[in-house]
Design a protein around this ligand. Structure first.
Ligand code: ADP
Ligand code: MG
Length: 273
């Protein structure tokens, strides 16, 4: 986009019918067309220099506004989602987890799971990329215009206890994708377990849940302190769900191992004592 030339802004077109640049900017701001307001002098300059048709000018101007709105809406969705960090499928090394289906992950990133309110359950020991994949799916959903929310079970459990939970609850009900990370590190009280069950039930067939856990389903009775409740919760969670069990090696350990070994070249050229 051409940088606006302030000297050209106030120029009238000769007939005296054109508004000044600043009036135009005021109109645009007044109408909430803030992205266009920022760049309209430059667009006008280019339009004059390149003798655009009225259609080409209008198309360009409205395109700028639409693009700006899309960017701002995405930023709002990202803020509302409380992502701890951004991760992508592109940065996930599938060769490190050969048992994990890359095809299924790519298919899930196509986001039909959001439209069908299908849950994704990522199971496996620490460091295998469960949170990474959950964030990648959530990030893709946010980019595609869906709302989302990330939380860990610990954070959620704290909220479940508060007196304002009834009001907070909709923050976890309305997003199209809810990530509940790290199920398995905290044991829930009876009332927390009941509230979690209610949340999962309320989202059932309504909104997708992406859940990560280092525990097998058999251990959920202990986690929730109630076998019957755990069975009923898993029943709803897993009815429409893709379960990805990642039982490979920890990626964190990979980095640690390679960091602790001297690089071959350095070892070969190191001076002998
Ligand atoms: P988990 O949630 O299973 O404990 P994380 O997703 O937090 O594991 O992964 C730990 C770190 O390793 C993160 O920085 C993550 O981005 C990275 N990581 C894990 N698996 C992979 C992988 N296969 N390719 C690239 N990075 C990975
Ligand atoms: Mg994790």
């Amino acid at each position: 986009m051409t940088v606006p030339r302030p000297s050209a802004l106030g120029e009238r077109s000769g007939s005296g019918s054109a508004s000044t640049g600043s009036e135009l900017v005021d109109h645009l701001k007044g109408l909430g067309l803030t992205s266009l307001a920022k760049v309209v002098p430059g667009v006008l300059d280019t339009a004059r220099q390149q003798q655009w048709s009225y259609e080409a000018f209008l198309e360009q101007a409205l395109g700028v506004e639409r693009q700006g709105r899309a960017v701002r809406a995405h930023e709002r969705r990202v803020r509302a989602a409380h992502l701890p960090t951004a991760k992508s499928l592109e940065s996930f090394d599938f060769s490190y987890q050969p048992a994990l289906s890359e095809r299924l992950c790519r298919e899930l990133a196509g986001l039909s799971f959001v439209a069908t309110a299908t849950n994704i359950v990522l199971l496996g020991p620490p460091g295998v990329g469960k949170t990474h994949l959950a964030l990648a799916f959530l990030g893709t959903a946010l980019e595609s215009g869906y709302s989302g929310r990330f939380t860990t079970l610990r954070q959620l459990a704290d909220e479940l206890e508060t007196v304002t939970w009834r009001q907070q609850r909709r923050r976890y009900l309305t997003p199209r994708v809810l990530v509940i990370d790290e199920v398995g590190y905290v044991r829930l009280t009876a009332s927390q377990a009941q509230q979690l069950f209610d949340l999962v039930t309320a989202r059932y067939e309504q909104g997708a849940i992406i859940l990560t856990s280092n525990r097998s389903f058999a251990e959920w009775g202990t986690l929730l302190g109630d076998e019957v409740l755990a069975t009923a919760l898993l029943d709803r969670l897993l009815h429409h769900a893709e379960v990805l069990a990642i039982d490979g090696r920890s990626y964190r350990m990979k980095n640690r191992l390679s960091a602790s070994l001297p690089p071959m070249a350095t070892a070969a050229t190191a001076p002998t004592p």
